[in-house]
Design a protein around this ligand. Structure first.
Ligand SMILES: Cc1cc2nc3c(=O)[nH]c(=O)nc-3n(C[C@H](O)[C@H](O)[C@H](O)COP(=O)(O)OP(=O)(O)OC[C@H]3O[C@@H](n4cnc5c(N)ncnc54)[C@H](O)[C@@H]3O)c2cc1C
Length: 298
């Protein structure tokens, strides 16, 4: 590249300059946690240049995707691209590529981690919405290496407030691997198709037994101060026959559970409309023979 004149001569010194930075010395376990920095450096680059930082993006104990008999566990520093590159996850979620192609851009997917997405605590964090609907469990680790587990539903408490104490970090997220009677879908509406955060995003995991909903976990982003797990709607769905009447009644409960505000992503009423359309879209997508578009909207 240098000899052909594509890049200037000083590029030859860059590997040595990077080496001389002595990354290990900059990294301090008591510093501000940075996974891969796609979020925190956008917001606080100047401040962070003056602070100690604790780089966890490459920490091996926070990486990796493992499967036991029924549980999948994913390290918090796993990137979105690493999810996409995992064959077993692709088998579990055959539509994973289409779900995740709307998440940021290739470059950000290569860097952005699950832990970073959960802790930046955006009400429209795509990975938060995805793993909430999986009814996931978070493993949280403190400085002494002691761990505790909490349901992801309980993690986000209020706008940018979450259940992490001083010195704690998210170690991993795990979920029950869907069986053959369990269906999953993710939907996102944003102003642009690529490289855009959502106006509203949503996911659902639903288990069906003898034409009845055995359990449903439905999450919705952009309609409250936190990525929202719709407890009342989910409770209503449980045990019901899966049909148009049930879905229409559940949508009314959904509307009572959300409190969207008007902002640059859309007006409050637009987000309520999106919440309705996307809730219906899950069922049309997952049960096309049973749930028809025209019947839901008639
Ligand atoms: C151009 C662009 C487009 C984007 N598009 C989207 C999008 O479409 N959808 C979307 O959801 N997001 C989007 N984002 C936001 C962001 O990049 C992602 O949420 C990403 O997952 C953050 O991961 P990270 O590793 O870079 O986090 P970092 O920036 O390293 O960290 C973010 C926060 O999380 C904390 N943190 C990180 N890991 C842990 C951990 N394990 N335990 C405790 N705290 C931790 C950090 O201290 C920091 O406060 C976008 C960002 C950019 C710059």
């Amino acid at each position: 590249m240098i000899d052909k004149g594509f890049v200037p001569d000083y590029f030859i010194e860059i590997p040595k300059k990077l080496n001389d930075l002595k990354i290990q010395k900059l990294n301090s376990s008591s510093g501000t946690i940075v996974a891969n920095g796609t979020d925190i450096y956008v917001q606080f680059a100047d401040q962070l240049s003056e602070e100690n930082i604790n780089l966890i993006g490459e920490e091996s104990s926070l990486k990796g995707i493992t499967f036991s008999d029924k549980i999948c566990t994913i390290g918090a520093s796993t990137t979105v691209t690493e999810l996409l590159e995992n064959d077993k996850l692709q088998n579990i979620f055959p539509k994973l590529n289409s779900f995740l192609k709307l998440v940021s851009s290739q470059q950000i997917r290569n860097m952005g981690t699950l832990g970073g997405n959960f802790v930046n605590a955006s009400p429209i964090g795509d990975m938060s919405i995805f793993f909430l609907a999986l009814n996931s469990t978070l493993r949280i680790k403190n400085k002494n290496g002691t761990t505790r587990e909490i349901s992801f539903q309980k993690f986000h408490q209020d706008y940018k407030k979450f259940d992490l104490k001083e010195g704690e970090l998210i170690n991993s997220v795990s979920f029950l691997i869907p069986d053959k009677n369990t269906y999953f879908n993710f939907e996102k509406v944003s102003k642009r198709s690529y490289l855009d955060i959502a106006s509203v995003n949503t996911a659902i995991r639903i288990n069906i037994k003898n034409n009845r909903i055995n359990n449903a976990y439905f999450s919705l982003g952009g309609i409250a101060a936190i990525p929202k797990f719709l407890t009342k709607t989910n409770d209503f769905l449980n045990g019901k026959i899966i049909d148009i009447k049930t879905i229409k009644q559940a949508e009314k409960i959904l509307q009572s559970e959300i409190s969207p505000i008007s902002d640059v992503r859309g007006t409050s009423s637009y987000k309520r409309l999106l919440a309705k359309q996307l809730f219906f879209a899950h069922f049309i997508e997952l049960f096309p023979k049973k749930i028809k578009f025209q019947n839901l909207f008639s």
